[in-house]
Write a protein that binds this ligand. Structure first.
Ligand code: NAP
Length: 259
């Protein structure tokens, strides 16, 4: 995490981050996390409630209260050797959100990955990381310091230019919505003799019309490549229609000449 200018943190989404293991490293991480405008809840074996309260962090002495807090992310910063005991004591059924993101910062990586994959709720996401710095080496900020991570479970992050994104999305997402909306204009519905492919069309119609029209409109208005794809769709439809009509007239010509 680079040190942000104070004004930029306010425009980012503020996360509720829970830290398990409020020892030297957990405390160190929390100072930078707080600077970025996020809120922190912590728990640990030892009572660190005074220190936590000085920093503006709510500290839970018991794991239940911690897990019940509404955390977007749970950061595991306990010692390597205590990982299994600490995580096994978590009442996962009390999590406020099933898709909580768990992040570990342990200095070994295969072990927590294997263990956490086994014990975390299957709906949760998991990021295994190792910040290659500590309270000393990261004392003056984290800029330029190495921070290793593996996204073990959860969404796949893709780095690409915004232009490349818009090009690809016009041909995939906008096209999907345009076809779905067209099918909706035709009022297609399931029939008693649906094929699998037709069921896919009905699903496409249903899923695209569940999104707001504003979303569809935005995909068109604010993506310059969408205009071209709409034109391509119209041209493609005309081509298919022309091929059908050509085929029909050839068949008719043949049957006339055969009589
Ligand atoms: P650590 O000695 O590795 O871990 C201390 C933390 O573990 C404290 O929160 C402590 O709780 C907890 N703990 C220890 N034994 C426990 C037990 N039996 N049951 C429950 N909790 C127990 O020191 P650390 O520097 O804070 O490191 C924390 C994690 O970050 C480690 O996994 C480490 O590998 C990783 N890490 C550290 C650095 C670094 O430079 N320090 C850098 C990258 C990653 P209490 O405080 O409540 O006693």
């Amino acid at each position: 995490m680079a040190e942000p200018p104070p004004s930029s943190s306010s425009s980012r989404r503020r996360l509720k981050i829970g830290i398990i293991g409020f020892g030297p490293f957990g405390q160190f991480l929390s100072k930078t996390i707080l600077k970025h405008g996020h809120t922190i809840t912590a728990t640990s074996r030892t009572d660190h409630s005074h220190l936590a309260s000085d920093l503006g962090i709510s500290f839970h002495r018991d794991m239940n209260g911690f897990v019940e807090a509404d955390n977007d992310v749970i950061l595991i910063s306990t010692s390597i050797v205590s990982l299994s005991d600490v995580v096994s004591s978590m009442p996962f059924h009390s999590l406020k959100r099933a898709a909580t993101l768990f992040v570990d910062v342990l200095s070994v990586k295969e072990y927590p990955k294997e263990f956490l994959l086994q014990v975390l709720p299957p709906e949760s996401d998991l990021l295994c990381t190792h910040p290659m710095f500590g309270p000393e080496s990261g004392r003056d900020g984290w800029n330029g310091l190495n921070f290793m991570y593996e996204k073990v479970r959860g969404c796949k992050m893709l780095e690409m230019s915004c232009e490349e994104h818009d090009k690809l999305a016009a041909r995939s997402q906008f096209l999907t919505h345009a076809v779905g909306r067209t099918l909706s204009e035709m009022k297609i519905e399931s029939t008693s003799i649906d094929t699998k492919n037709f069921q896919s069309l009905v699903k496409l119609k249903e899923s695209t019309t569940k999104d707001s029209f504003d979303l569809f409109c935005g995909l068109f208005v604010h993506n310059k490549y969408a205009r071209e794809e709409l034109k391509n769709l119209e041209v493609a439809f005309q081509n298919v229609k022309r091929k059908l009509l050509d085929g029909m007239s050839k068949k008719l010509d043949l049957s006339v000449s055969n009589h």
